[in-house]
Design a protein around this ligand. Structure first.
Ligand code: FMN
Length: 165
């Protein structure tokens, strides 16, 4: 069966994802992009992963760092989601507060509801994407009492999470 690429995107868009900004320090400069394909991979060893397109210029720059930090965005971060997804914005960190992650120095974006500081463990070819796996060296999450709900992406739209009783 041949796959209609428009329908393929539409169908896969029905799987809701969280939204992250994956960051790294490259030549002393913060670099990052919006990633929805973040996933946990392994508990022991602690591996997480994400899938950048093979054509992603941002990833090509960031790959040389050998380290990255995954920042999980909250509901109030939709502006950051779009800002870090535009290749036309070459310096998306301008005006964005961040601090270096303890293990690798990769940027932790202020207000991220969780972060994972990683060294790159493996990059596997996966069709028109790479599957990048990172070994988690350090991590933390925001205070559950005060943290905002996560930002979600579903059928091309951003939205929030409503828990059930
Ligand atoms: C919600 C959302 C999720 C995204 N997830 C991914 C992803 O998993 N992999 C990817 O390669 N690009 C993803 N993108 C697109 C990249 O953020 C964007 O194409 C990239 O930063 C700019 O392209 P460049 O790297 O070629 O400059 C996503 C964009 C949005 C808005």
């Amino acid at each position: 069966m041949s796959i209609d690429s428009v329908k393929y995107r539409l169908v896969l868009g029905h799987f809701p994802t969280g939204v992250t900004i994956v960051t790294a320090m490259v030549d002393g400069e913060p670099v990052g992009f919006t990633i929805g394909s973040f996933t946990s991979v392994s508990l022991d060893p602690p591996l997480v992963g994400f899938l950048p397109m093979t054509t992603s210029e941002r990833w090509l720059r960031m790959a040389s760092a050998g380290t990255f930090c995954v920042n999980v965005l909250g509901i109030n971060h939709s502006d950051l989601c779009w800002r870090f997804a535009k290749s036309s914005i070459e310096t998306p960190f301008e005006g964005v507060s961040w601090r270096p992650a303890p293990a690798t120095g990769s940027p932790i974006v202020d207000g991220a509801i969780a972060w994972m500081d990683c060294t790159t463990a493996e990059v596997v070819d996966a069709g028109d994407h790479f599957f990048v796996m990172g070994l988690v060296e350090d991590m933390d999450h925001a205070d559950p009492e005060t943290q905002p709900a996560p930002l979600l992406f579903f059928r091309g739209q951003l939205g929030g999470f409503v828990g059930q009783e």
